[in-house]
Design a protein around this ligand. Structure first.
Ligand SMILES: [Zn+2]
Length: 280
């Protein structure tokens, strides 16, 4: 009997030493980023929308249609001022419209290689407030691996390479919305229609879709509101619509000193867009 006791103790010691057994779930660290210097943003209820609302096949109205973004009197975009990861780092291959990418690259890739190589989780925050207007868990983002568990080949055709993503719509006025995409996620913590805020964690940076290392691809576009509510990004029509939107460097929103540039672009878009009422 005594032998069994010793054996059990040995097994316990061994499993402790090798770290086998269930891995403890690591709680997300509380947000370390200091609060926006502009103070908390107030988001009062927006103007009611008249006329038909765009609806996806859920049949639910797009929640981004109901409220408009209100920042501070000085900066309507004051709610945007956060990095998607807690610290700031853009890898060499992650610059906006990077010529090293085979195709034009319309976003910025954020990552911390040392952290993911050390097995740390890269929590993703939205860079500004908004509503989840489309998402994909990308169950079909297959990867081919070799015997050592390394990724050898990925099929980029699902979601055209975005993999699992969250698309957040931030209404600026009734004429224009800002769309922010967070792509290649390992997982997300958001549902369609959720209101998300920069202090929240919306997902985990991953390697899904057409991606060669763990990172989050952040792509910012703007245009007519409600164009991507519950949109299916496995369809060419959706991709065409997405690519036809105006795009900007996410740095226009991440750094408050650039908000003026973004506001100019949005106001220009509002003045230049024909409205149905303008057509006789
Ligand atoms: Zn990218």
């Amino acid at each position: 009997m005594r032998t069994w006791g010793v054996l059990a103790a040995l097994v316990t010691l061994l499993s402790l030493a090798t770290g086998t057994g269930a891995r403890a779930f690591v709680e997300p660290e509380p947000a370390r980023w200091p609060a926006c210097p502009c103070g908390p943003q107030s988001i009062p209820a927006g103007e009611p929308v008249t006329g038909p609302r765009p609806a996806g096949h859920t049949g639910l109205p797009n929640p981004a249609q109901g409220r408009y973004l209100v920042g501070t009197p000085d900066d309507p975009l004051a709610g945007f001022s956060r990095r998607p990861l807690d610290r700031f780092m853009v890898p060499a291959g992650g610059t906006f419209l990077d010529p090293l990418h085979l195709d034009p690259h319309y976003g910025v890739d954020y990552t911390y290689p040392d952290d993911y190589l050390a097995g740390k989780t890269l929590w993703v925050h939205p860079i500004g407030p908004g509503y989840v207007t489309a998402r994909s868990a990308c169950l079909l983002c297959f990867v081919e691996g070799d015997a050592q568990g390394r990724t050898t080949y990925k099929l980029p055709r699902y979601n055209f390479g975005f993999g699992a993503f969250i698309l957040v719509e931030t209404p600026y006025t009734s004429d224009v919305s800002i769309y922010t995409m967070y792509a290649h996620l390992a997982r997300d913590f958001a549902s369609l229609g959720d209101y998300v805020h920069p202090d929240e964690i919306i997902g985990v940076a991953g390697n899904t879709g057409y991606s060669e290392n763990v990172h989050v691809h952040v792509e910012v576009r703007y245009g007519r509101p409600g164009r991507f509510w519950n949109a299916d990004f496995t369809q060419w029509a959706t991709l065409d619509r997405w690519m036809a939107m105006m795009f900007v460097n996410p740095a226009w929103l991440v750094f408050p000193e650039n908000h003026g540039l973004m506001i100019l672009a949005l106001d220009k878009y509002i003045t230049e867009q024909p409205r149905p009422t303008d057509i006789p």
